[in-house]
Design a protein around this ligand. Structure first.
Ligand SMILES: Nc1ncnc2c1ncn2[C@@H]1O[C@H](COP(=O)(O)OP(=O)(O)OP(=O)(O)O)[C@@H](O)[C@H]1O
Ligand SMILES: Nc1ccn([C@@H]2O[C@H](COP(=O)(O)O)[C@@H](O)[C@H]2O)c(=O)n1
Length: 241
């Protein structure tokens, strides 16, 4: 894997290490949309870590690789040139010269992604990449979302949140997005992915010190407010407020 510095990410403050807000959760819990809105409200950057696994799955499929074959995944990982923007207003993901921002959301990639996420050397390398991207971003803070951010990537982050929602609510929200797909199939795919992913990392229960935000009965804005309230109370406590 190689990486390039995202040119579109404009440094806001260059001197200090960015504050990290770590946020995990299952598929369709709202991690990406809620993190982006939270980052926007705080004037922080936003790192979608699932995009790296999705981009690698896309790259593997482009090479005709079956993502359940770990050896073949590792082989194509050697030739994986990845870049992502941390800018909430200008989001993009690239593999080499190809903009894959939209392609990595296709069902064929979603169906294949858990295979690449199982490969331990891939996880180690991308986790190191995430830390480098944040550290070199020049941003005041970054909301980092995924499955193992609160536990593995940033276990010492000042704010760590597990965003949850009842499985049927997550499936219904995802289905509302994918209006051209059968609702039962969308729900089955979402639960199948959670089942596969949770054999690798635990994102269904909160680790000690991780605060739970359950959005089952909250609308989108209420969820963002709930996350911001956790940020405020935790950071306030840290600052002695
Ligand atoms: N509290 C909420 N109320 C209603 N809709 C919500 C809420 N939170 C998120 N959503 C919607 O749910 C859908 C799934 O959210 P999102 O894509 O952010 O989830 P995700 O956890 O990043 O999913 P994945 O892991 O599959 O990428 C989106 O359409 C989003 O707008
Ligand atoms: N920290 C992470 C983030 C993601 N994954 C894997 O990537 C897939 C796609 O993630 P989305 O958040 O875009 O849905 C996810 O299904 C996991 O397989 C991960 O392992 N760790």
């Amino acid at each position: 894997m190689t990486e390039s510095t995202p040119a579109a990410t404009t440094p806001a403050v260059a001197e200090s290490t960015p504050v990290v807000i770590a946020l995990d959760g299952p598929a369709g819990s709202g991690k990406s949309s809620v993190s982006k809105a939270t980052a926007g409200r705080l004037g922080y950057g936003f790192l979608d870590t699932g995009a790296a696994y999705r981009a690698l799955a896309w790259h593997a499929l482009e090479h005709g690789v079956d993502t359940s074959d770990s050896t073949a995944v590792l082989e194509v990982f050697g030739d994986f040139h990845y870049a992502i923007s941390l800018d909430t207003d200008d989001r993009w993901v690239r593999v080499g010269d190809v903009d894959v921002t939209t392609a990595i959301r296709e069902p064929r990639v979603t169906d294949a992604v858990s295979g690449v996420a199982r490969v331990a050397p891939v996880r180690k390398a991308v986790n190191e990449l995430f830390r480098r991207l944040v550290a070199s971003s020049g941003l005041r803070g970054v909301v980092v979302e995924g499955r193992d951010i609160t536990t593995v990537v940033y276990p010492d982050a000042p704010v760590r949140i597990l965003l949850t929602a009842a499985p049927e609510v997550r499936a219904a929200r995802r289905s509302k997005e994918l209006t051209n797909q059968d609702a039962a199939k969308v729900a089955a795919a979402l639960h199948k992915r959670d089942a596969a992913d949770s054999t690798v990392v635990d994102f269904l229960t909160a680790a000690p010190g991780v605060q739970v935000v359950d959005s089952t009965h909250l609308d989108f804005e209420q969820t963002v407010d709930a996350v911001l309230s956790v940020v405020d109370s935790t950071m306030g406590a840290r600052d002695g407020r």
